[in-house]
Write a protein that binds this ligand. Structure first.
Ligand code: CP3
Length: 351
């Protein structure tokens, strides 16, 4: 009895929320908290040379992960890496065009699929990422939770098929319509490889994993069930079998009504919310099933002021009846003012 009480009181705040505990002050972290809005991030990226070199330099990737923890005292650190490292480990070419974003070799049919490696052949390539996790689990403060992550199969597939980011994921939808077996084989390979990738992050010290499905919103009806819910369910189930007690956060961005029942259908411990839903609506329809994360508009980090304070308070209050992790609805943008991050955190911790 004494032991369990002690565990409860010293358990990290994020893990308590993920276990379903409502806290008066919600724990807080921020998507893209290590990013271009921070001068110290830009300096370390310059030292690494470019973005991908930074991702694969374990010491510097750990350094940028730690920068926002030192500066702001967030309750969680997220591994610094990118969802597109997994396709690269599977054999895709990957590069970043400054000011434009990622470019990859494309997959248009069976040949592209055939050229990819198997789910178990990714670890040599990803070894520096696992090393970053090991460094972080040594160096983070005791109270800070380390989050690992991967892209969801659909979102990663949209980049692998189109070779770049696309506004409507048109090429991926086209391949699904024209060659379903190839499309589904890509989703299956990514599902299996993601299980292996996240599993290795957990072995290296990740305490929570998050699955980013940034383009889930373009999957409708039965497609949402087959290519957003089902892969998230398989990944979550495998992680829970292999690593009992490791919580999983799902982020089906822009899912709208698809947020309803997402946790039950997939088994995730927490659903991350974007700005297509209001906190008030999500408290009623999503938080009833467990922990939610979100969902301040990233633009407040640019504009600041009383609107930031008011909106932050409204979100904390809307979710106060249940488990909640405060976050933005999407990543902080490079034009954000680092001072506004202080204002957001001070507001959350003083409501
Ligand atoms: O949240 C974090 O701080 C952890 C690190 C992280 C990055 N990308 C670093 C990054 C995470 C979790 C991601 C996820 C990611 N990457 C997603 C899913 C989440 C989302 O934002 O929707 C996607 C779709 C990607 C692919 C990707 N990476 C794109 C489209 C871009 C270019 C857009 C941009 O913001 O420049 C990236 C680059 C990227 N990934 C940057 C960072 C910090 C900026 C690169 C730089 O420093 O120039």
């Amino acid at each position: 009895m004494k032991d369990s009480l002690m565990t409860a009181s010293t358990e990290k705040t994020i893990l308590r929320a993920l276990r379903g505990e409502a806290q008066h002050t919600p724990p807080i972290w921020m998507m893209r908290q290590a990013g271009r809005y921070l001068p110290e991030y830009r300096a370390t990226r310059a030292q690494a040379g470019d973005f991908l070199s930074l991702c694969y330099n374990s010491d510097l990737a750990a350094e940028v992960t730690l920068q926002p923890i030192r500066k702001y005292g967030f309750d969680a650190a997220i591994l610094f890496a990118d969802i597109l490292l997994l396709p690269q480990a599977l054999g895709a070419d990957l590069w970043f065009v400054t000011g434009e974003g990622p470019r990859l070799s494309t997959i248009t049919g069976p040949d592209g699929l055939q050229a990819l490696k198997g789910k178990d052949d990714i670890h040599d390539h990803l070894a520096p990422v696992y090393e970053t996790v090991r460094i972080l689990s040594r160096e983070l403060p005791d109270e800070t939770t380390l989050i690992g992550f991967a892209g969801a199969p659909w979102t990663v597939a949209t980049y692998m098929i189109a070779g770049r980011g696309t506004p409507d994921q048109g090429p991926a939808h086209a391949l699904k319509a024209e060659n379903l077996p190839v499309f589904e084989a890509i989703i299956d390979l990514l599902t299996d490889a993601t299980i292996e990738y996240l599993s290795m992050q957990i072995d290296a010290g990740a305490e929570v994993v998050k699955i980013f499905d940034s383009w889930a919103g373009s999957l409708k009806g039965e497609d949402f069930r087959k290519y957003a819910l089902e892969p998230a369910r398989k990944i979550t189930q495998a992680i829970k079998e292999r690593h009992p007690g490791i919580p999983v956060i799902g982020f089906p961005r822009e899912a709208g009504d698809g947020y309803i029942g997402f946790a039950k259908a997939t088994g995730v411990d927490c659903v991350a919310l974007d700005n297509s839903v209001s906190a008030h609506w999500a408290a009623q329809h999503v938080q009833v099933d467990g922990c939610v994360q979100g969902n301040l508009k990233s633009s407040h980090m640019v504009t600041g002021g009383q609107a930031l304070v008011d909106e932050t308070r409204a979100i904390v209050e809307a979710f106060r009846g249940g488990p909640h992790i405060f976050n933005l609805g999407h990543g902080i943008t490079p034009d954000a003012d680092p001072e506004n991050v202080h204002l957001m955190i001070d507001t959350v911790r003083s409501v």
